[in-house]
Design a protein around this ligand. Sequence first.
Ligand SMILES: [Zn+2]
Length: 591
Amino acid sequence: MALPDDFLQELRLRNDITGVVSNYVHLTRRGRNLVGLCPFHGEKTASFTVYPQTESFYCFGCGVGGDVIGFIKRAENLDYIDAVKFLAQKAGMQMPENSYDDSMQKLRVRIFEANREAARFFYSQLSVPAGKKGLEYLHSRRLADKTIKMFGLGFAPDSWSALTDHLLEKGFKQSELIQANLSSRNKNGGLIDRFRNRVMFPIIDVRGNVVAFGGRIMTDEKPKYLNTSDTPVFKKSGNLFALNRAKNSKSDKLILCEGYMDVIALHQAGFDFAVATLGTALTQEQAVILKRYTNTVVICYDADEAGQKATSRAIDILRKEGLDIRVLTVPDGKDPDEFIKHHGDNGYIKFKQLLEATGNDLEYRISKLRRSYNIQTPDGRVKFMTDAAKLLSGVDNAIERSVYIGTLCMETGVDRKLFENEVSKNLRRRYKRQDEAEFKRIRQQLSGEDARLNFGEKKKVRAVRAEEALISYLILNPDMVRKVKEKLPPEKMVTEFNRQVYDILIQRIISGKSCTVTDLSSELGDDGDAKIAAMLANNISESNSLDACNDYVNIILDEGSKRSAEEIAMQSPEDIQAYMKELKEQKNKKR
Ligand SMILES: [Zn+2]
């Protein structure tokens, strides 16, 4: 996926990283650099840093880093090429034609087209005899024809290859259908449909592409829901059902449901801001996406035990992103779909009342505690208030804490002063634990033990540190490369990834090419940009002198020789003899 260097250079020039990032993050200057609250994880103190000098960014909190393209990739949820296109368009630049290997991009486009055609096919089946039972099922769930059309619902007929045959006839290749996970091979090597005899729910991304399908069986057979597996255009953990519609809602909230039917029922009833995860528990990635569109998430899961467990888990995940959380509990053990159906024409009003009466996540947790003890007995009250004190110590907002301390004391008759002390005690304990964790994190970072920063090369800490410092030095001082290379040829680098980076750096500089994060990461694989940005961020304040550079080289050479001695010591006598013979031959050649 190599784009021409001069194109990327121009793209970078016209999209200054500070300017681009400030559209998403409020940045303040700190020395040469700029800092702000990280848009990729929830935080209260700024650990997200932009380095104008190296045109890169790095977050010390979550380890995300890269160049301006990497930033847009994450901020706009695009792949590499689409991020480049996004920036090119912003700067009024033409994308170079056919200059890069775009086979993956082409496959993605084909998968989108196949999915769209499949969605049309499934929808059309509702109006033919083979799909009659599908339509009847949707009607039995009280979905109006308008709703069915709006969500593009459909039916996969009870046939081995109806969709596959249809798509092959439309000119799609077998390999494309397999990659799209619409078809699979049977034992005889023929293609069969993945979805058969199921009601179909297309999953549409925020840009309007059909990325996947969920299929529901209408009997008690298992699995009840079958979803598209991950494909080149779809990742289950990074998409939400109906977000394409909910993002346009006038509401400032999003309702998070468990199932497709709940979401559709809510939209039909007038709550156009409901979304659902795709048959899996909520992921951190999805929480980050939610945060892009709202500050308040209303969790509305099933009332059964599994649903309540999932609620507790979701609260933890959403809290991490700094979202306001409300928990809506549907009465009488119903799920939202059943509740709205049950109330018929009053569905909207009844659900709206529930929505307005939702407590925040703290109220939810307190009422859950209350249910687990009998607070009519002294013993139950003791246990309840002890746990409640722990719970309240997890709340950062002092006013919020004080309000709940007041209510709980009134409810149980416990002395306010006493209860306040208990909460404070727990709070101090929590802060101490946090400080300890923070201390540990910083120490690991300083000693280079952080797994993110040394890429699994834990045993070679000293060498890794020197290599990273040297690479950072050379990126900032490219004129020193020739000299350094003479003393330290690439094969002497101790760790694999750094050797690769160093090699690319030398090749590029010697042939007169630029060496920014963008240039380097386009030659390295996945996450290359984040690794380089991390390297720069951790070394930019290190000594930048020639002396320091010589030190780095010496440390690497020193560690390298130590290592080969160690490696030899660990091998068998035969191996060592062979190794010595090899050394002798090399010497003879040089003579
Ligand atoms: Zn971060």
